[in-house]
Design a protein around this ligand. Sequence first.
Ligand code: GLA
Length: 466
Amino acid sequence: MGRKALSEHRMNPSLDPERLSDLDSPLRERVRAAVAAYQQRFGVAPELVVCAPGRVNLIGEHTDYNGFPVLPAAIDREIVVAAKLQHEARIDAVSSAESSPARCSLVEPLQPDPPGSWSNYLKAAVQVLLHYVPEPRGACLLVDASLPAGAGLSSSSALVVGTGVALLALHEQFPPRNELAEQFAAAERFVGTLSGGMDQAISLLAEPGTALRIDFFPLRTRVVPFPSGYRIAVCHSLVRAEKSGHARTAYNRRVWECTLGCRTLAMVLGKGRRLPLTRLADACRYEPSWPLSRFVDALAEVVPSRPVSARELAHSLNVSLDELLPPGPPVVPPEEPLPILARVRHVFEEAERVDQAVEALVRGDVEALGRLMEASHASCRDYYEVSCEALEELVACARSAGAIGPRLTGAGFGGATVQLIPEAAVDAFFATLDATFYRKRLPPGADAGPYRFGFVPSSGVRVVAI
Ligand code: GLA
């Protein structure tokens, strides 16, 4: 498990700016387009362009905020941010995906805008800037995306990382990538989601051609080989999962359910005295020889498999509600029954699957990886309840079309699926999926191309000097 030491990975940890000519052709063209758009909009050339990739998670869903590992890879599509300093003491940003500009004053305290406003992502990035540069200069940014938004591919974290790294680079600040991963994960909570650190870490630390096992608290990474001859295919369910909308509320409820599960487990393991567990994974420190399933069994001795309220839990543990609940306002009222045991079961079993998936990739066993990914999907659907009708149909269509390990990826509640496809079968796979899934869900004649694509894992954020 995460208890094993992980080797440091090879990537150059610095963010040293590259030249345009260092980039491969499709990315070079996207950077050129952003430079031209910037010139047209602001009348000058940008000083630099930052490319921050989106991510797909192969396995390890809803494990990160519980302290367990994840296994994502960077997508070869990204948020592109062109940037230049300006005299005004504020950050102005325009985006090809947004009708109105975003603005953030550098002289007033940072205040969140209404939920759903994209300026909150800009403000999250400015928080990181202020951490490194207490009196920063203003800047004008232009944001372009080759990554679909609301597809569960972490376009929002790529936006925060891309704008934040651009602002830092304008101030000649190039902190180590792993330090930034933690900074950006904390800063993105400005948007109101209690998310873990996977999305920011992979956008910063990904290496081409590999997946990355990421452990948290503290952040550690291990490069995991991706099998040659295969592509990762990502398919949008066409149901948008926005970090600022319904998905945020549903996500935060899952975090709360795990917190309650953790605080209950802390009582159970401490035999009446609460152990200082912050996250479910902390339990492993107290019983290092236990297999993960044993923690679920221990919890099942006091928590019924039906939904149970915090009040009822406190009563059966013989503690007051205040002792059970973490400090601060409850996310869900204490009277509301919650399926805590099912959530905790998903987390521990999923953590075990991440270990097994890493081993499968190391020995090049794609079929074993596929079985683990399918088990992950079933658990996300049945125990964690983050799937939806469109995702189920898409997974079924993908399985019939020969996909290996089709499963939802990211937070769920819509968004995309991930699967592996032999390189030679990618076109046929998409043709079948277009006929069985996309044709009846897209307007007649619409191109499904932007919604499903195949790739090999790409690299983390890059700074390009112009
Ligand atoms: C979102 C969050 C991540 C992670 C996933 C679920 O993408 O931002 O931190 O929790 O959901 O695995």
